[in-house]
Design a protein around this ligand. Structure first.
Ligand code: NDP
Length: 295
């Protein structure tokens, strides 16, 4: 029997509805959650992401704002913009769209954002909180979204072998940290694989929960998956397809059609994790606004 689909669109809509409710409650207390996205340069994909974040904020009743700076912006000028946002009480979340032009240090930018406004969860302070299991921190949106998907899909994680392919700071490593903690939708035995892992399939075939965050189109094939495993595909890859209206289509890191025949549950691409990332960004921003009331 083909795997059950873990529907990221429906789960993200649920998260966003909860965000809208929390936003309405905050507004009654005089606080409108505000997210400001800063985009440096004119990268078309980044521009689309920033516009969709702004739109999503507005749909949830939040203040969504974007600041667009030229590609020639100096590091000093960008840090000054961040300082202004750090000091603006109407801004609860700050996001600088990555990558930034090469004259700007990504690490300096990440470290300059006030940790209580770091809704991307990239500041070392929040990274540390996630790794130490301190739930007060902001977890990066994509792995946090995967955890919500597992919970909503009713996946039992406790004691399970979770294998993650990809060790980036924004997906793989925080994903490992979240699943490793003791707590709800966690308590996994985690294996983190990367490009230097020997015999990748010997690891993936042990996985009760397999998470692919590689950036290689359809790399995970059915022979790499244990029958009955839960498979979450984080990958977003553009592949040429002359028959598609735009000349390309979007696929994940998992070969969906074949793996679907082996797995018990699977998240598709598109319609999976991608939808969760923005939803979790809104959720983090609302929580940042709530925290200002708690002092
Ligand atoms: P990175 O390029 O930063 O990391 C990719 C990871 O995959 C690296 O750790 C790399 O290993 C590993 N890797 C590459 N090739 C292999 C291989 N052949 N075998 C095993 N491991 C391999 O990517 P990101 O983590 O930023 O993103 C991963 C994917 O997820 C991309 O497709 C991206 O577009 C997508 N993504 C989707 C999001 C969403 O909202 N759904 C959000 C963020 C990312 P090494 O470290 O050794 O180089």
């Amino acid at each position: 029997m083909p795997a059950e689909i873990i529907d990221g669109i429906a789960i993200a809509a649920k998260v966003r509805a909860r965000v809208a409710e929390d936003t309405a409650a905050l507004k009654k207390r005089g606080v409108t959650p505000g997210l400001t996205a800063v985009l440096v340069g004119e990268d078309p994909a980044s521009s689309v992401y920033v516009a969709s974040k702004e739109r999503a904020c507005k749909e949830a009743g939040m203040n969504g704002r974007s600041i667009r700076l030229p590609a020639s912006t100096t590091e000093e000028a960008l840090l000054a913009v961040i300082d202004t946002l750090n000091n603006d009480p109407t801004v609860h979340g700050i996001l600088v769209q990555m990558p930034v032009p090469k004259q700007i240090s990504e690490q300096k930018v990440i470290r300059r954002i006030a940790q209580q406004k770091d809704v991307d969860g990239f500041h070392p302070f929040n990274v540390g909180k996630v790794f130490t299991g301190d739930v007060d921190g902001f977890a990066p949106c994509t792995p946090a979204g995967v955890q919500v998907m597992l919970a909503e899909a009713g996946v039992e994680t406790s004691g399970k072998d979770a294998v993650i392919i990809g060790r980036s700071n924004i997906v793989g490593k925080p994903m490992a940290a979240l699943l490793l903690q003791s707590g709800k939708t966690a308590n996994c035995t985690v294996t983190l694989c990367h490009s230097k892992t020997r015999d990748l399939a010997s690891h993936t075939r042990r996985a009760d929960i397999l998470i692919a965050a590689i950036g290689k189109p359809e790399m995970v094939t059915a022979d790499m998956v244990k029958p009955g495993a839960v498979v979450i595909d984080v990958g977003i890859n553009r592949v040429e397809d002359p028959s598609a209206p735009k000349g390309y289509r979007i696929v994940g890191d998992v070969h969906f059609e074949s793996v679907r025949e082996v797995a018990s549950k699977i998240s598709p691409v598109p319609g999976g994790v991608g939808r969760m990332t923005i939803a979790m960004l809104l959720a983090n921003t609302v929580r940042a606004a709530q925290l200002t009331l708690e002092g």
